[in-house]
Design a protein around this ligand. Structure first.
Ligand code: HEC
Length: 344
């Protein structure tokens, strides 16, 4: 065989047309399916479609259910998982604030914010109009000076940005607790019993002050300056419907330690004006004295009030004359400071 002959294609190959790509040779394509096989293919593709539809239905249902679970049912408050998570984080903040309050503030403002050495905090009118988050923030950052402008205020600085002991998160947590409402329920440890107890916030979100309510003053001490018988100078006697011909009955001293009177009964002469020396053993705590009807255990209507004094060591009041009888004397700043006044 010559070189040329070897390179030529075989005669048979030359005659067959090239097989088209991606198709079977004619004999295979024309190979018929049995009727049985055709029926099977049709039924199989039918159930495959059903399976796919079912799959899509299941996925759609899941997406819908999950969306409602996550976002909440329309119109149903609190049904959303995200809302619930947010609420949980909020209550956690309130709880931390509660613990900070009990540890740092309760000794002066009372466990329930009912007041003590420091003014009351749980008053609804005050929570509504006075103790706003920004006010609380300023008080805790600047310290007591911010409250009534008293440079010697007993209330310290709390924010560490000003040298206080609490960081900005703790300040926010405290504010969250003071502003928490009666709907906010937290579980806390009761140190007395060692058991978990439920505690709610102080604020009533629905509270509205009476139309004739006295507006909350900017400085809490001003709330005590209002009296049925105001005596702004601190000692101006208000005339009483008694015979004062008896003259002056001398001077008496009442001693206050912290937020308590050290004596419970004071005896004075009837129908004589007298001088009351308020010996404040803890200078810095503001007090005053008022005389009420009724005894210490059943304090009645106020008859006379001496002006509040900003925590000086001694304050002298000129008290009007009273008819013989049993009365009580009370510090209106700290209504739990009360004693019996016997006039005879
Ligand atoms: C040593 C006692 C004491 C402690 C502790 C204390 N306070 Fe006070 N607080 C006071 C006194 C006293 C005043 C009033 C100060 C003034 O008028 O100068 C006051 C005033 C306030 C006021 C302003 C009230 C108003 O009616 O405007 C707020 C708010 C307050 N304190 C919050 C707190 C918080 C929160 C804490 C804890 C981090 C705290 N206090 C700890 C004594 C205290």
């Amino acid at each position: 065989m010559t070189e040329e002959q070897r390179n030529l294609p075989a005669p048979a190959e030359k005659l067959t047309p090239p097989t088209p790509r991606l198709s079977s040779p004619a004999p295979i394509q024309t190979h018929g399916l049995t009727a049985e096989r055709v029926a099977k293919i049709v039924s199989q593709s039918g159930s495959a479609r059903m399976t796919a539809l079912l799959g899509i239905a299941v996925v759609t249902l899941f997406v819908l259910v999950y969306a409602f679970y996550d976002q909440g049912l329309p119109g149903v408050a609190g049904s959303s998982r995200m809302e619930a998570a947010r609420e949980e984080i909020y209550l956690d903040t309130v709880k931390r604030g509660y613990n900070l309050y009990q540890a740092n503030c309760a000794r002066c403002h009372g466990e329930q914010g009912q007041g003590g050495i420091g003014p009351v905090l749980n008053d609804q009118g005050k929570l509504l109009a006075h103790l706003s988050p920004s006010y609380l923030h300023n008080v805790l950052t600047v310290g007591g000076r911010y409250i009534c402008g008293d440079a010697n205020s007993l209330m310290g600085v709390w924010a560490d940005s000003n040298g206080g002991p609490l960081n900005y998160r703790e300040i926010e947590e405290l504010i969250a607790w003071i502003r928490a409402t009666k709907d906010d329920v937290i579980k806390v440890l009761d140190p007395a019993t060692g058991e978990m107890v439920e505690v709610t916030g102080w604020r009533d979100a629905a509270y509205e002050p009476a139309a004739d309510a006295t507006p909350v003053p900017a400085c809490w001490k001003d709330a005590f300056a209002v009296s049925p018988s105001p005596s702004p100078s601190g000692g101006e006697p208000t005339p009483m419907p008694t015979d004062t011909a008896g003259g002056t009955g001398g001077s008496y001293t009442i001693v206050a330690m912290g937020v308590k009177f050290d004596l419970v009964t004071l005896e004075v002469e009837a129908n004589k004006t007298f001088t009351l020396v308020f010996d404040n053993q803890d200078a810095g705590i503001p007090h005053n004295v008022a005389i009420h009807e009724g005894t210490a255990s059943a304090v009645g209507k106020e008859l006379w009030q001496g002006a509040i004094f900003p925590g000086v060591a001694t304050q002298t009041y000129d008290v009007p004359a009273f008819a013989a009888g049993n009365y009580s004397f009370i510090c209106t700043v700290h209504p739990n400071m009360v004693g019996d006044l016997v006039v005879k």
